[in-house]
Design a protein. Structure first.
Length: 264
């Protein structure tokens, strides 16, 4: 078994990228995103959470979007249960990342509970970008370790800094959390469907803000995803037979690329 795993690693190394290149890219992601923990520390302290509470969120939750959603809802005067529910629904996506990464990384069972803490957007993106399992493992580990350490350190510094400067609203730092959240989200919106979901979520969230209690519009915005997917399903059913691209339907081509005249 050991010989087989060693041969597989050697084969992965030959087929994949150099380890140094993977480490460099993973550190770049970890450092770049990890520095935004300062914004979370400032936002969390400004929303009324204590220093231990702020640091505990980064240590135990460790998923930026959910953390920002939680403290943002609390800062707006939302109910703690509603705020926690919004953060929970945002964090559910990590469970789906874990299903994919468990197959890709194939880590030993004893390691998986600890690795699960690092299953977030950034580690998943770096791991999936690698061409081989060895590179994926290195990318996941380096990104997770560097990001976890730096995120928690900058969270502490941000919380301490917020207490030192006083009211974060006076300095405009209350906008730091949403700004960082949008900066992390924007590069992930690559397809028209993803952009449509994001746009509808913004409309729902802002439109319902004056009508519903604080924190509830965030939950309502989650309805954007099923709504867009439903509309896309309706449109595809009306577009014609499944399996044919729109251009093929317009030109009368079948799935194999032939026309009715060619078959005759």
């Amino acid at each position: 078994m050991a010989d087989t795993e060693g041969a597989a690693d050697a084969e992965d190394t030959a087929a994949g990228r150099p380890d140094s290149a993977v480490v460099r890219d993973a550190l770049g992601v970890g450092v770049a995103v990890g520095l935004s923990g300062f914004a979370f520390g400032v936002t969390s302290a400004g929303s009324g959470l204590t220093l231990p509470q702020t640091c505990a969120l980064s240590l135990l939750v460790f998923t930026g979007a959910s953390q920002f959603a939680l403290v943002g809802a609390l800062a707006a005067g939302g109910n703690p249960l509603t705020a926690a529910a919004g953060a929970f629904f945002l964090g559910v996506r990590n469970a789906f990342y874990g299903l994919r990464l468990s197959q890709l990384l194939a880590l030993p069972r004893a390691v998986r509970p600890f690795a699960a803490q690092w299953v977030i957007d950034e580690t998943t993106a770096v791991a999936l970008a690698q061409p081989a399992r060895r590179a994926a493992r290195i990318g996941f580990t380096v990104t997770g370790l560097s990001l976890y350490l730096l995120w928690n350190l900058t969270t502490l510094l941000g919380a301490l800094g917020a207490k030192a400067i006083g009211d974060t609203g006076t300095w405009g730092l209350d906008a730091a959390g949403p700004a960082v959240f949008l900066a992390l989200l924007a590069p992930m919106l690559r397809t028209a469907t993803e952009r449509a979901v994001a746009g509808l979520a913004v409309v729902l969230g802002l439109g319902l803000l004056p009508l519903l209690p604080a924190g509830v519009p965030v939950l309502a915005a989650a309805l954007a995803a099923p709504a867009v997917l439903y509309l896309e399903g309706v449109r595809s059913r009306r577009g014609g037979p499944r399996g044919l691209p729109p251009a093929a339907r317009r030109s009368g081509e079948d799935a194999d690329g032939t026309t009715g005249k060619e078959r005759q």
